[in-house]
Write a protein that binds this ligand. Structure first.
Ligand code: UD1
Length: 416
C-alpha cells in the first residue's frame, strides 16, 4: 500500500490539461475487437484501468503498440477466455463479452471486479445479450456465452438505465443480423463516443445520446483512426480543487457542453465560471462557497462520479446541504475518513447531511474507492497540517498523472 503525505492548506490555482476520458477509452479499446482491421486511437489516458484493459486485449492475441497513440491489430484473436487475474482488476472487463460473442460466437470470462461502491450486478448485460440470441450460463464465478450462428437484432427495453449494459448491447448488436432497438438506454457522452467510434468503422448506430438507440447490423467493420473525448470527471475534479481552496483554475483540452449540470451547481455554490470552446475557468478567489444540495442521477443529471468531490465542497461550505446518491448503494465510504479530518456529516439512508465547517484538520486516512480517493486527496490539500493518506495509488486507476497535475497547481504532496 502506497502512502502519500499531503501538506496543507494550499491554494490550488493555475492551468490543467485534461486527459482523454477513461470511461470512453475503456469500452472503445474493448469493443475494437469487433473490427479485424488496424485501428489507431488518440487521446487515450495512460492510467491503470486502461493498462488492465490492454492486458485483456493482449491476452486475446491483439497486437498493440503504444506510442502516444495506441495502434491495435485485432486480426488474429487466438482465445476467447479471460481469467479472473485480469477481470478482477476492472469492472469494464464485462465489455469484452458482447464483442467476443458477436465476432466469434463464444466467450468465457471471469466475473468483473472494480470499486466496491454497490452490488454492481451484471443482469442487464446478460439480459441484453440473451435477447440478441446468446446462450449464457454463470457458474463458479465464470460467465460463459455461446451463439448458434450469428447474434440476431431485437427490441430490448432496459428495466433500469445502465451505462454498462447499453454499451454491451449496442456493441454486440453492431454485427448482429437485422436491427436492434435499445429503449431506456443510458445517454452519457461516453456512450455517444463509443457509438461515434463504431460508426467511424462502418457501424450503423443512430440515436446514441437519447433514450432510444437503433443499431442496424452490418456484416463487418473496417479499420480507422479515432480521437477519444476528454474526461468530464477529471475536469470536474479539478474545478472542485479550485472551488474548495479559493482557487482560480483553467481546465483546457476539455468539452464544457458535457458538464452543464455540474457547472450549474458550481455557480449555485458561488463560483464564477467562464467557458470557451475547449476550456473552463472557475474562480473562487475571495468567495466563501455556499452549501448546495445535489441528487445524483443518470446523464444529463448530476454524475454519481462527481458526488464524492462535490460532497467535500459542501463539507467546507457555508450552511447545511444534502447530498443524495441514487445510483450506487455504497458510495459514501469516503465520509468516515473526512470525518476524521473534522468534517461534520451525518449519513441517513442514501443521503449525507453536510454541516459546513470553516477548516479541515490533517489526519491519517485511507483511500477506499476511486472517486472517494480523489476527494480525500483534495481534502488533504486544504486541511491544516500533514495528512497521511494510505492506499494513495488507488487514484492512478482512474486519473492520469493526478499528483503531477495537482503539484503543478500548488499542492504539496510527497508519495512514498
Ligand atoms: C459506469 C462508469 C462509472 C459510473 C457509472 C454511472 C465506467 C467504467 N464506469 O459504471 O464510473 O459511475 O457508469 O454513471 O464507465 N446495474 C444493474 N444491473 C446491471 C448493470 C447495472 O442493476 O446489469 C445497476 C448498477 O448496480 C447501478 C446502476 O445500474 O446501480 C447503474 O450502473 P451502470 O450505469 O451500469 O454503471 P457502470 O457501467 O458499472
Amino acid at each position: 500500500m502506497k502512502i502519500s503525505h499531503i501538506t496543507g492548506p494550499t491554494n490550488l490555482s493555475g492551468e490543467v490539461k485534461i486527459s482523454g476520458s477513461k470511461n470512453a477509452a475503456l469500452p472503445i479499446l474493448l469493443v475494437s475487437i469487433l473490427s479485424q482491421e488496424p485501428i489507431e486511437l488518440h487521446n487515450i489516458p495512460l492510467l491503470r484501468d486502461i493498462l488492465n484493459a490492454i492486458k485483456i486485449l493482449i491476452k486475446l492475441g491483439v497486437k498493440i503498440e503504444i506510442n502516444k497513440r495506441i495502434y491495435l491489430d485485432t486480426k488474429k484473436i487466438e482465445i476467447c477466455t479471460i481469467p479472473k487475474k485480469i477481470t478482477k482488476t476492472i469492472r469494464a472487463s464485462i465489455w469484452i463479452l458482447g464483442p467476443l460473442l458477436a465476432r466469434f460466437g463464444y466467450a468465457k470470462i471471469s466475473f468483473p471486479g472494480g470499486c466496491k461502491i454497490g452490488h454492481r450486478k451484471i443482469d442487464l448485460h446478460i439480459f441484453g445479450l440473451t435477447q440478441l440470441g446468446a446462450n449464457i450460463t454463470i457458474c463458479d464465478n465464470h460467465i460463459t456465452g455461446s451463439v448458434i450462428g450469428k447474434l440476431k437484432g431485437a427490441n430490448i427495453k432496459l428495466s433500469k438505465i445502465s451505462v454498462g449494459a447499453t454499451i454491451t448491447i449496442m456493441s454486440a448488436a453492431t454485427l448482429a443480423i437485422g436491427n436492434t432497438i435499445i429503449l431506456n438506454a443510458a445517454c452519457e457522452p461516453e456512450i455517444v463516443d463509443v457509438a461515434n467510434f463504431l460508426n467511424s468503422l462502418g457501424a450503423k448506430i443512430t440515436g446514441a445520446g437519447s433514450r432510444k438507440i437503433i443499431i442496424q447490423g452490418v456484416t463487418k467493420l473496417h479499420g480507422g483512426t479515432y480521437k477519444i473525448i476528454s474526461d468530464r470527471i477529471e475536469t470536474g475534479t479539478f474545478l472542485i480543487a479550485a472551488a474548495i481552496s479559493n482557487g482560480n483554475i483553467i481546465c483546457y483540452n476539455t468539452q464544457p457542453e458535457m458538464l452543464t449540470y455540474l457547472l450549474k451547481k458550481l455557480i449555485q455554490t458561488g463560483a464564477k465560471i467562464n467557458i470557451g470552446n475547449d476550456w473552463i475557468n472557475l474562480n473562487m478567489t475571495n468567495i466563501n462557497p455556499t452549501g448546495t444540495d445535489i441528487i445524483t442521477s443518470p446523464y444529463p443529471g448530476f454524475p454519481t462520479d462527481m458526488q464524492a468531490p462535490f460532497t467535500l465542497l459542501n463539507l467546507i461550505s457555508n450552511g447545511i446541504s444534502i447530498v443524495t446518491e441514487t445510483i450506487f448503494e455504497n458510495r459514501f465510504i469516503h465520509i468516515p475518513e473526512l470525518k476524521k479530518m473534522g468534517a461534520k456529516a451525518i449519513i441517513k439512508n442514501n443521503s449525507v447531511i453536510c454541516y459546513g465547517v470553516k477548516q479541515l484538520n490533517s489526519a491519517k486516512i485511507i483511500a477506499l474507492d476511486l472517486r472517494g480517493s480523489a476527494s480525500l486527496i483534495l481534502a488533504g490539500c486544504i486541511a491544516d497540517g500533514d495528512t497521511i493518506l494510505k492506499n494513495s495509488d488507488l487514484i492512478t486507476r482512474g486519473y492520469e498523472n493526478f499528483y503531477k497535475k495537482l503539484r503543478k497547481i500548488g499542492a504539496k504532496i510527497k508519495n512514498k
